[in-house]
Design a protein around this ligand. Sequence first.
Ligand SMILES: Cc1cc2nc3c(=O)[nH]c(=O)nc-3n(C[C@H](O)[C@H](O)[C@H](O)COP(=O)(O)OP(=O)(O)OC[C@H]3O[C@@H](n4cnc5c(N)ncnc54)[C@H](O)[C@@H]3O)c2cc1C
Length: 421
Amino acid sequence: MLQDVLLTDEERALKQEVRDFVKNEVPSDLLKKMDKDEITYPKEYVKALGDRNLLGLRFSKQYGGRGLNWTAEVAALEEIGVLGTALGCAFAMPSIVGEALYNFGTEEQKEKFLKPILKGDFVSAEALTEPRGGSDFFGATTEAKLEGDCFIVKGQKRFVVAANGADFFIVYCKTNPEGKPQERISLILIEADREGVETKYLYQLLGTRGGGTGRLIFRDVKVPASNLIGGLNQGAEIFNTMMVPERLTSAAFALGLARAAIEVAARYSNRRYAFGKNIRSFQGVSFKVADAITQLDAARALVHAAGKTADNRLPSTRRLVSEAKKFATDMCWDVCNLAMQIVGGIGYTNVFPIERMVRDARLTQIWTGSNEIMSLLIQHEYYRELLNDPNPPRVSELDAQEAHMEDEKVYEDAEMWTKGW
Ligand SMILES: Cc1cc2nc3c(=O)[nH]c(=O)nc-3n(C[C@H](O)[C@H](O)[C@H](O)COP(=O)(O)OP(=O)(O)OC[C@H]3O[C@@H](n4cnc5c(N)ncnc54)[C@H](O)[C@@H]3O)c2cc1C
């Protein structure tokens, strides 16, 4: 197994612990009811995770975590991912919201909010996306005006997981409209029961059902200034920090979802017959399994590498995390589709879970920063690293036979070129 070279003994033990929880303590009925939207938020599941001390594994024991690192959390997330995106997200949310509270919150906020989410007593949610768009973070229109010792918050957020179910939201608000983009936004914690907070449970989703995804409306909500997380107008810095767990968790549970899909399909291909032969014996089928498992292992290696860069706070963290999110979620979509193709017509029905997995997988390419936004970040970081490398490698360009033909190396466009004549 690839994990054997990627994980320490302690991490392998954690993986097994989470595997046992997923196998023995999460009833199939929960997944089925959530997929039928008969459950609006899986609170009992979150509580069960909290009771086993499985939430927010990276945070220190003082606040209820286990003081582990990203590679451990990635290993746990892969196991959780088998349950699909809604339960994966419910597991990941304390890690995402917790990142803001742990790194930027006051001691009082950690006691009052971080500890209860790690115990599974409180459900938290993150409200970033607005009806006007999610990709353009700095374009946030939800406003918070400081009046005396309170903020007055006005605006809307949409696609918030646990909009229906959360005890509190962390909400990115514009607090300095005239400021530079990096100094325009603050992060404010808003309890769900505050006057003026309205949750609209609107979305009939393709997949990822039962997670309470809805729209939030803030109508002049009065929030004490002590609910500000970090400093005033420090939202951009907090956002950049939170995007590591936001994207690494998506990448890591996509591994589990893809793994579950290909396992179902490979077992099916081992039993199903056509033309008098087991379909596994057709290369058209078994090579799909080979492609899927190769892609899965490659994604797993990349996600673990991204986890290690994050653990070591290396300068390439942003690029590696973005690559991991894009690669693992694209892989998940491809693998779930290969799995459906292997199973054939019955795979397109709800007799097998692959159709649900395909529906779940599709979201992973869109949320927590779309894969186009990941490409934007990856190329940006790559150019920055390439063009500022203090120790560049051999200049391979000079190894061409006619490398000395400098006159032939034209870089200017038409306008610049003719100016030079
Ligand atoms: C089920 C579900 C759950 C979600 N959960 C949450 C949550 O809990 N909290 C939260 O805050 N949000 C959540 N989201 C929102 C999600 O993160 C956004 O949908 C996502 O970031 C994209 O934003 P958008 O939908 O507004 O699309 P837009 O930002 O309008 O983008 C539309 C398209 O344009 C592309 N695009 C935009 N800008 C660029 C660019 N510069 N270069 C290239 N392409 C670009 C995008 O990739 C996308 O393909 C959730 C969404 C869904 C569907």
